[in-house]
Design a binder for this molecule. Structure first.
Ligand SMILES: *[C@@H]1O[C@H](CO)[C@@H](O)[C@H](O)[C@H]1NC(C)=O
Ligand SMILES: *[C@@H]1O[C@H](CO)[C@@H](O)[C@H](O)[C@H]1NC(C)=O
Ligand SMILES: *[C@@H]1O[C@H](CO)[C@@H](O)[C@H](O)[C@H]1NC(C)=O
Ligand SMILES: *[C@@H]1O[C@H](CO)[C@@H](O)[C@H](O)[C@H]1NC(C)=O
Ligand SMILES: *[C@@H]1O[C@H](CO)[C@@H](O)[C@H](O)[C@H]1NC(C)=O
Ligand SMILES: *[C@@H]1O[C@H](CO)[C@@H](O)[C@H](O)[C@H]1NC(C)=O
Ligand SMILES: *[C@@H]1O[C@H](CO)[C@@H](O)[C@H](O)[C@H]1NC(C)=O
Ligand SMILES: *[C@@H]1O[C@H](CO)[C@@H](O)[C@H](O)[C@H]1NC(C)=O
Ligand SMILES: *[C@@H]1O[C@H](CO)[C@@H](O)[C@H](O)[C@H]1NC(C)=O
Ligand SMILES: *[C@@H]1O[C@H](CO)[C@@H](O)[C@H](O)[C@H]1NC(C)=O
Ligand SMILES: *[C@@H]1O[C@H](CO)[C@@H](O)[C@H](O)[C@H]1NC(C)=O
Ligand SMILES: *[C@@H]1O[C@H](CO)[C@@H](O)[C@H](O)[C@H]1NC(C)=O
Length: 733
């Protein structure tokens, strides 16, 4: 394959050797191609003894070898050619090391430059270990090297540009390390380079245009780095390219039109950069072999080309978070291999039934797993054919559109569905009882629609259900007691409906209900069942705005990680049980507008995280404590409790005295009126704040993000989805 000029050492002909030695003395040494040729002259004495000692240096740099691969077997009882991971061979030099293959052995250590003395090495595979430190630039002396896989370690430093001198290199994989620096432009002159995988590092700088000269390149991935600048149009010349991964960088500018010339492409990813552009109308014809299209967050405008379905092997179409408009192509059903269709967060439209024909056609995609079309301008009636999508479907997300109509009873066909997200639409009607057939459901999110009727008791069949959000609808009837069978339930949100009846005590048998129970703003009656003590891991309880009555059960004190307790408005009575003093994690407590009485318990002032305490409009009496939350007037409200006194002066409460009933002067009355008014204003603002915060938190809770920060929320939602959708950015086809 190689001409002798490229691989001088492949030939042992003494005549050539002599010729080379001659050249070495004649030709100036700074010419790099010839410099490579000259290496045998610089380090002349490499033999099987050097190989052995080099391997021993390699061994000495390994600090941990949990499986004893190197430590236990690399010793004198066996010749080094039989050490694990060491392969010798070669026609004329059967005793020289040609491969060092130590993948996935959990080795910890550094790579010594001495490896470069194994001059017959063709393959190095140290992937999936824990090597750290730099890649020695001396490796560039390995002129026979074809295969270099150092991926999935903790290597840092830079990619030595000298590797561009190993003209026989077919494959370089340094993905999943901590490598910085630039992509060596010298790689463009590697005539046999077939695969260059640099993904998931910290590489900066630009993509060298010269890579276009590596015309054998089949696989090029720089996904997940910090590359900047534009995509070199010259990449369009890499006509053998099957995989091009550019996603998750800081690339900018427009998507060069030449990329659509790469007719062999199977996987193309350029999402998550600062690029812009549009998809060509003939995309499906131009890239007929395409299986993966990762083009999220790419500022794409224009429409989804109808020709997409000509790329009949397409399996992943990820076009979310762009500015795509127009209709969803009605012929996507031709894509028999389609698994994921991710179109969320665009301006795609549907109004008339014909605009929905894509859904009917998707029925032919018999392995479809994911259909995400949330946050678009999709309206009109939800066709019944939604239930005719392949039963392989796992994620269905159509939230934040303006879809009307109802969920057909046949929805029970989608037995593999795990996430069913249709929040913020105009859907109405009943939830069909057949929802109980969707036994794989983890997440049900029907928030902000116009659903009515009873919540079907069949939801109790959903034994894998983690979270159910039915808030902001018009559900009536009672809360199904069968929910007690949902043994995986962590959050239940039925806020803002018209639910009546009592809170079924079965709800409290779900002892893992750990995130929250939210049934506020309904018409629930009765008392809080003492079984609430079973919810020992619950973080939030929202019961306000119902017609509940009775006392706070003592047992609430067992809900030790409670952060939010919202019981405001109406009907509760009695005093705050002292057992609550154990709930030191409480952050928000709202007991306003009830008939609570008795003293305000001073322990509330000791709760370190409490930052909102509303006790207003009750019959609390006695002295207001001064510590903790009581110190900050914006965090508490004690308005409308006529018999309170003391506390921080800013509360304008009368001084505590034991001298019987208070007599109010006129001026005092005026002061009270003013302070009540300003108090109301403050309360109103506080209410808005709490409601907003809660809304934000609830929305974010639906996705696995820990931080409730408003700024990052938007991006992380989709980011998490993407990570899931792209199977952690693997671009293999
Ligand atoms: C090294 O090579 C020499 C001949 O070149 C041979 O005699 C010797 O056995 C080899 N040693 C090993 C360990 O292979
Ligand atoms: C040397 O390696 C062999 C296996 O190759 C092993 O059986 C033997 O125990 C090792 N000897 C020492 C002293 O570690
Ligand atoms: C092997 O390589 C190292 C560093 O590349 C060098 O310092 C050393 O002299 C070499 N050893 C032999 C025996 O050639
Ligand atoms: C990296 O290696 C670890 C084991 O060391 C393995 O669990 C993981 O799957 C590997 N990652 C990749 C991307 O191959
Ligand atoms: C590079 O290595 C990573 C991790 O070991 C692996 O997942 C990936 O498939 C490799 N790339 C190529 C092109 O083989
Ligand atoms: C690389 O992948 C690992 C997980 O495999 C991830 O934790 C890390 O953040 C990634 N690095 C970069 C630079 O994206
Ligand atoms: C490719 O190589 C030729 C010479 O071999 C050079 O003139 C050209 O500039 C290179 N192309 C790029 C894009 O670097
Ligand atoms: C695509 O390739 C053709 C010929 O193969 C060439 O004529 C055309 O200029 C290329 N287009 C772009 C945008 O590079
Ligand atoms: C693309 O698909 C359309 C049907 O949607 C078909 O008429 C056309 O011939 C196809 N073109 C190619 C190049 O396959
Ligand atoms: C779906 O498949 C049926 C029968 O296999 C076929 O008649 C129909 O045209 C297909 N629809 C699409 C959009 O491919
Ligand atoms: C769903 O598919 C069945 C046949 O598989 C068909 O009879 C029915 O009409 C379809 N329903 C809709 C709404 O397309
Ligand atoms: C559900 O998904 C699993 C794999 O995730 C698959 O084996 C099974 O066939 C699917 N069931 C249906 C009815 O599609």
């Amino acid at each position: 394959m190689c001409s002798f000029l490229l691989c001088p050492k492949a030939s042992s002909s003494t005549i050539i050797m002599l010729l080379l030695l001659l050249l070495f003395f004649i030709i100036p040494r700074h010419h790099h191609h010839l410099h490579v040729m000259s290496t045998p002259a610089i380090v002349p004495k490499h033999d099987n003894v050097t190989d052995r000692s080099s391997l021993l240096v390699f061994k000495s740099k390994i600090s941990l070898d949990p499986h004893g691969v190197v430590f236990a077997t690399w010793n004198d009882t066996l010749p080094f050619c039989r050490w694990q991971g060491v392969v010798c061979g070669g026609r004329r030099h059967p005793e020289r090391v040609v491969s060092l293959l130590l993948t996935s052995r959990d080795l910890v250590g550094t790579i010594p430059p001495h490896l470069a003395n194994l001059t017959f090495l063709r393959s190095i595979d140290l992937s999936s270990n824990n090597f750290h430190g730099p890649i020695p630039q001396e490796l560039s002396r390995l002129s026979r090297l074809q295969y270099l896989d150092l991926s999935n370690n903790s290597l840092n430093g830079i990619i030595p540009s000298e590797l561009g001198h190993c003209l026989g290199l077919h494959m370089i994989n340094v993905s999943f390390n901590k490598i910085g620096g630039y992509i060596p432009s010298e790689f463009g002159s590697l005539p046999s380079l077939y695969s260059l995988d640099l993904k998931n590092n910290s590489i900066t700088g630009q993509i060298p245009a010269s890579l276009a000269n590596a015309s054998f390149l089949n696989y090029l991935s720089v996904t997940c780095n910090q590359l900047s600048g534009g995509i070199p149009p010259s990449l369009g010349e890499l006509s053998a390219l099957k995989v091009l991964g550019l996603s998750f960088n800081n690339l900018e500018g427009s998507i060069p039109y030449s990329l659509w010339n790469l007719s062999s492409l199977e996987s193309l990813g350029f999402g998550m950069n600062q690029l812009h552009g549009s998809l060509p109308r003939d995309l499906g014809q131009a890239l007929p072999h395409l299986t993966h299209l990762y083009a999220y967050y790419a500022n794409l405008h224009g429409t989804i080309p109808i020709s997409l379905s000509n790329a009949s092997q397409l399996s992943m179409i990820l076009l979310s978070n762009n500015n795509l408009n127009g209709r969803i192509p009605p012929n996507l059903g031709r894509l028999r291999h389609l698994r994921q269709l991710v179109l969320g967060d665009n301006q795609l439209e549907a109004r008339e039934p014909i605009d929905w024909s894509f859904l009917t056609s998707l029925r032919n995609c018999t392995i479809l797993e994911m259909l995400l079309m949330h946050q678009n301008n999709i309206g009109g009636l939800l066709p019944n054919s939604i239930a005719n999508i392949s039963s392989t479907l796992q994620m269905l997300s159509m939230g934040d559109n303006s879809i009307e109509g109802s969920i057909p009873p046949e929805i029970g066909n989608l037995v593999n569905l795990t996430e069913f997200i249709i929040h913020n639409n105009s859907l109405s009607g009943h939830i069909p009882a057949s929802i109980g057939l969707l036994e794989n459901l983890h997440l049900v999110d029907f928030t902000f629609n116009n659903f009515s009727g009873e919540i079907p008791s069949t939801v109790g069949n959903l034994s894998l259900l983690n979270e159910i959000y039915l808030d902001f609808n018009s559900f009536s009837g009672s809360i199904p007691a069968s929910l007690g069978n949902c043994k995986s339930l962590e959050y239940l949100d039925f806020d803002q409906n018209k639910l009546t009846g009592i809170i079924p005590k079965q709800l409290f048998s779900i002892s893992i209900l750990s995130k929250g129970l939210s049934i506020a703003e309904n018409q629930l009656t009765g008392m809080i069942p003492p079984e609430i003590e079973n919810l020992i891991n619950i973080e939030e309880i929202w019961l306000s705005g119902n017609k509940l009555s009775g006392k706070i059960p003592n047992s609430l004190g067992k809900c030790q990680v409670l952060e939010v307790l919202s019981l405001d408005r109406k009907f509760f009575e009695g005093s705050i049980p002292t057992s609550l003093s154990t709930l030191r994690g409480l952050q928000q407590v709202d007991l306003s507008q009830n008939n609570f009485s008795g003293k305000i318990l001073t322990f509330l002032g000791d709760f370190p995280f409490l930052h909102y305490l509303n006790l207003s409009f009750n019959n609390f009496e006695g002295e207001v404590p001064r510590k903790g939350v009581f110190e900050n007037k914006s965090e508490i409200s004690v308005l409308g409790n006529d018999n309170l006194c003391g506390g921080d002066p800013v509360l304008h409460l009368p001084i505590c005295a034991f001298s019987g009933p208070k007599k109010k002067h006129k001026s005092q009355k005026l002061a009270v009126i003013i302070s009540v008014f300003s108090g109301f204003l403050g309360l109103f603002l506080l209410f808005l704040f709490v409601a907003y915060r809660r809304w934000i938190c609830q929305r974010s809770r639906r996705r696995p993000i820990k931080n409730c920060t408003i700024k990052e929320q938007h991006i992380s939602i989709s980011y998490a989805e993407l990570v899931k959708a792209t199977n952690r950015f693997s671009e293999e086809t």
